[in-house]
Design a protein around this ligand. Structure first.
Ligand code: AVJ
Length: 364
């Protein structure tokens, strides 16, 4: 393994400066930007909304014995902005540690990738970390960012085109967790080598998946990516609750706002009536499962209505909104092996907080 020396102080790093900026969003579709009708949804509109995946997950999740809603719904435009703000917080060490590790090991990753690689990024969002990789690569053939947010993609692609004018960029609006195959490799320009596929999966997003789901996802990616693919994945490795709890419950309350934005989104999009002041943000460390959990805790007993359905909360009852797994190294290796990937290399900061791994398809 490659142990990196002590990470420097990051407070002044440009990508973390207090005036952090967001990728400019593309204008939304006209249909999208129509203001929501005032008052309760009309019956036909309500039926249409009810059929959406968001509505189904929310209605199902609020009906559970232990209420929970999949974390993916935290990331609407406002949620993504708040997450972006979280990455600049003093307490949130993963982002800056990952950036620092990528800067330190980019040349070695580039050597592993070889000439003419096609980089496929999963859940690319603002593609903020991508230049660290692209700049190090030897004549990359193409960059394929994949994200569910067309707006985030448009903004990211526009700025990458300015920065890498010669690079072929082929964005794909898709939910990478549902991809069964990847787009065909673009043909290299005449005289350029065709390199391997390099899947880039930074940000510890893998930590949002239960171990079983992570194995499923990584196995599908192995299938989709083909034989000589590489997978570069960033994963949080901390197990110390004294570090973890503040990282997920910061002093300025940005993470609390991020968590509560889910309720605001339900109110906005699903005609809900959550009172945001009657829920408290909570971060918990589950040592057994090695994961941080985010919850919203009901202050007092209360009823809420979503799409005309009523749900009761007891005093102190929680709505579970996100998991963030922090697998130890052995566990992580075993997990990727089950999915058909061989663990080739990894880099970690000297405090063992975060790791960037290079995986290769293992011979079946
Ligand atoms: C985007 C899933 C990597 O789990 O650390 C940060 C999300 N939630 N603070 C994480 C998150 C609360 C983040 N991931």
């Amino acid at each position: 393994m490659n142990l990196l020396p002590e990470a420097p102080a990051f407070a002044r790093a440009p990508w973390l400066a207090p005036g952090w900026s967001l990728a400019r969003r593309a204008p939304r579709d006209a249909a999208d930007s129509e203001p929501a009708p005032p008052g309760p949804l009309r019956a036909d509109a309500a039926a249409r909304v009810l059929d959406s995946p968001f509505a189904r997950d929310v209605i199902d999740g609020l009906g559970l014995m232990r209420k929970s809603i999949p974390a993916t719904w935290l990331y609407d435009q406002r949620g993504s902005e708040l997450f972006e703000a979280i990455t600049g917080l003093d307490e949130y060490y993963p982002s800056r540690t990952e950036v620092w590790i990528l800067q330190s090991c980019a040349a070695q990753i580039a050597a592993a990738a070889g000439r003419g690689a096609t980089v496929v990024e999963l859940g690319s969002g603002s593609s903020r970390k991508t230049p660290l990789l692209l700049e190090a690569l030897d004549a990359p053939a193409a960059y394929v960012p994949i994200d569910i947010s067309a707006e985030a993609l448009a903004g990211a692609v526009a700025s990458l085109r300015l920065r890498f004018p010669a690079l072929r960029i082929e964005p794909l609006v898709a939910d990478f967790t549902r991809l069964t195959h990847l787009p065909a490799l673009p043909l290299p320009a005449p005289g350029r080598p065709r390199g391997r596929r390099v899947l880039f999966f930074p940000g510890s997003t893998i930590g949002n998946f239960t171990p079983e789901a992570a194995v499923g996802l990584l196995a599908r990616l192995a299938q989709a990516a083909g034989d000589d693919a590489l997978l570069i994945v960033g994963a949080d490795a901390t197990q110390d609750p004294r570090l973890l709890i503040p990282a997920y419950d910061d002093r300025r309350g940005v993470t609390a706002a991020f968590n509560k934005n889910l309720l605001a989104r339900i109110n906005r999009e699903l005609d809900g009536d959550f009172d945001l002041d009657r829920f408290d943000h909570q971060a918990r460390w589950d040592a057994q499962q090695q994961r941080v959990e985010m919850h919203l805790v009901s202050r007092g007993a209360q009823q809420v209505t979503v799409l005309g359905r009523r749900f009761g909360f007891a005093d102190g009852e929680t709505l579970h909104t996100e998991n963030s797994y922090k697998h130890g190294l052995l566990k992580f290796r075993a997990l990727v092996a089950r999915a058909g990937w061989a663990h080739r290399q990894f880099w970690m900061d000297s405090r063992g907080r975060y790791a960037v791994h290079v995986l290769e398809r293992s011979a079946a």
